[in-house]
Design a binder for this molecule. Structure first.
Ligand code: SME
Length: 157
């Protein structure tokens, strides 16, 4: 990873360990990611409840997509496939649900514990093809840190 990605990870790692609960850990995570990585125009976390992704903490303009059914959009596809999705040009991807007209590229990383999807990290950029293997590595490592913190405060449904 680049120095920028490495220092973003260190900051998130410290915050996730220090915060008192999972919600605060998620809030700090999206704030720190957007502070360290200028290409991250919108950074948010969706939580999966049943078959629906519900928008949790985010940094950036409000999104109209506060609830996304599993399988819909790039977010729903990543959760259904349990795999990271990088889209270099959102306007060329028929799955894409628009949040901002300025968005050009997107990465979605599932947050999983014991093979179960708890939610996902969703990052948008105003730059085409903004996300590289460094972003994938960073965000997959962040998702691994967050999963137990999210699970600890999660209501059983
Ligand atoms: N673009 C996402 C929807 C969420 S907004 O980007 C915040 C998607 O296609 O699923």
């Amino acid at each position: 990873m680049t120095d920028r990605h490495t220092s973003a990870f260190a900051a998130v790692e410290a915050a996730v360990a220090a915060e008192s609960d999972g919600t605060r850990a998620m809030e700090s995570t999206v704030q720190l990611l957007s502070q360290h990585l200028p290409d991250y125009t919108w950074a948010g976390i969706y939580l999966l409840y049943g078959n629906e992704l519900c928008l949790g903490p985010f940094v950036g303009k409000p999104s109209p997509h506060t609830r996304i059914p599993l399988g819909r959009g790039i977010c729903g596809a990543a959760a259904a496939e349990k795999a990271t999705i990088i889209v270099d040009d959102v306007n060329a991807d028929p799955r894409y649900l628009a949040c901002s007209l300025d968005t050009r590229s997107e990465i979605v990383v599932p947050i999983m514990l014991d093979g179960e999807v708890l939610g996902e990290l969703d990052i948008d950029s105003d730059r085409t093809a903004a996300f590289t293997s460094d972003d994938r590595e960073l965000l997959e490592r962040v998702a691994t840190l967050l999963a137990p913190r999210i699970a600890e405060g999660r209501p059983t449904v």
